[in-house]
Structures are given as structure tokens and as C-alpha cells.
Design a protein around this ligand. Structure first.
Ligand code: HEC
Length: 120
């Protein structure tokens, strides 16, 4: 009798623990720092999304355009000439893609110093 009640208590404690663990990641996922995700784009699209090379710049584009492109890459039928973005965006949730589109749309297409340089 004594043993049975101890086992029952242990089981109850264990299930409470499991429930607690299950709640943790859900709470953590709802907030993230978009600059961490955006840093993953800089190696190809340039610092702040201003590309110095042949890869398109993404800074300063309208949020809806960027989000549309990111969702197209993630869809089952990405644009025909896609090389890498289709594979890359699969690692991001829709919530993160929305935050990334917003982040890069808020960055001016040209750095103030670059505009200065062009005037000369
Ligand atoms: C490994 C290099 C690489 C990384 C990292 C990368 N991209 Fe790209 N991105 C490309 C290339 C190349 C293209 C052209 C489409 C293609 O070939 O996949 C592109 C295209 C795009 C486009 C469409 C631009 C246009 O005008 O067609 C957007 C938007 C974009 N990337 C956003 C992002 C975001 C946001 C990240 C970070 C989460 C990111 N990219 C990370 C290489 C990269």
C-alpha cells in the first residue's frame, strides 16, 4: 500500500515536470532577435543587405515585396532560376521571414556615406 502511493506520487511529479518542459520552448519561440537571423544573410547579400556584388541587394525594398519573394522561395514551386534561396529559407519559420522582410525594408537602400561618395 505504502509503495503504491509512492509510485503514484512519483508519476504525478514526473508528468508535471514533462508538462513544464513542454511549455518552455513554446514560450521561447515567440520572441527572437531578428538581427541574429539577419546576420545569416550578410555573407551573401552584404552588410545590412546592401550587396557589393552580383547577388541582389535586399535593403530598402518594400516589406511586402521581400516577404513575397521569401515565401515564393519557401513554396513547393520556387522561381525557376533559384539556386540557393529555396534551400536556405526552409530553415526559417514564416514568423521569422516576416520579421526579416520588415527588418531589411527598414534599412535605407544606400548607406548615407555611400550617397555622399557618389556626389563627388
Ligand atoms: C549563400 C548565399 C545567400 C545567403 C546566405 C542568403 N541569400 Fe538571399 N539570395 C542569394 C542568391 C544567389 C539569390 C538569387 C536567387 C537564387 O539564386 O537563389 C538570392 C535572392 C534573395 C532574394 C530575392 C532578391 C531578388 O531581387 O530576386 C531575397 C529577398 C533574399 N535573397 C533574401 C535573403 C535573406 C532574408 C537571407 C537571410 C535569411 C538571405 N537571402 C540569405 C544568396 C543568398
Amino acid at each position: 500500500m505504502h509503495i503504491v502511493s509512492r509510485v503514484a506520487r512519483k508519476a504525478a511529479a514526473l508528468s508535471a515536470l514533462v508538462a513544464g518542459i513542454a511549455l518552455l520552448p513554446a514560450a521561447a519561440q515567440s520572441t527572437f532577435d531578428v538581427t541574429v537571423q539577419a546576420a545569416a544573410c550578410a555573407s551573401c547579400h552584404g552588410t545590412d543587405g546592401r550587396s557589393p556584388g552580383s547577388i541582389p541587394s535586399i535593403a530598402g525594398r518594400p516589406e511586402a515585396v521581400l516577404l513575397g519573394q521569401l515565401k515564393a522561395f519557401k513554396s513547393d514551386s520556387p522561381p525557376a532560376n533559384t539556386t540557393i534561396m529555396n534551400r536556405l529559407v526552409k530553415g526559417f519559420s514564416d514568423e521569422e521571414l516576416t520579421a526579416l522582410a520588415q527588418h531589411f525594408s527598414n534599412i535605407p537602400a544606400q548607406a548615407p556615406s555611400a550617397q555622399e561618395g557618389q556626389k563627388k
